[in-house]
Design a protein around this ligand. Sequence first.
Ligand SMILES: [Zn+2]
Length: 116
Amino acid sequence: MPEPMTLRSFETLTYRDFSNGAVLDEIAEALAERERLLKERKAIQSQSCVLTCVYCGQAYPPGTPASNHDALTEHIKQCPRHPLAAALRENRELRRECDLLAAKLELLDPATESNG
Ligand SMILES: [Zn+2]
């Protein structure tokens, strides 16, 4: 996208017309209209924004229940292709393994034998 046209940059480009005031109103109106159109385009683009999981393509179009961001965040935690989901799975497996090892260690510890 080109640099946003400002009154200053337009003045630099059209200094001859600008300095004699011939098209000053037209320039100001054109720039104001441009600002309105840029805002309108941005608003339309944000309305049609579809959040998509970049790893599997799961899409959350406008109208998705709750907030779109929350829906995508929940999906990412369970997405079969997303690295975060893989990391969370691995953490769960490590937690289970640590619990099993800790339980075995307690069985071997003579100080805890009297409890059982
Ligand atoms: Zn996904």
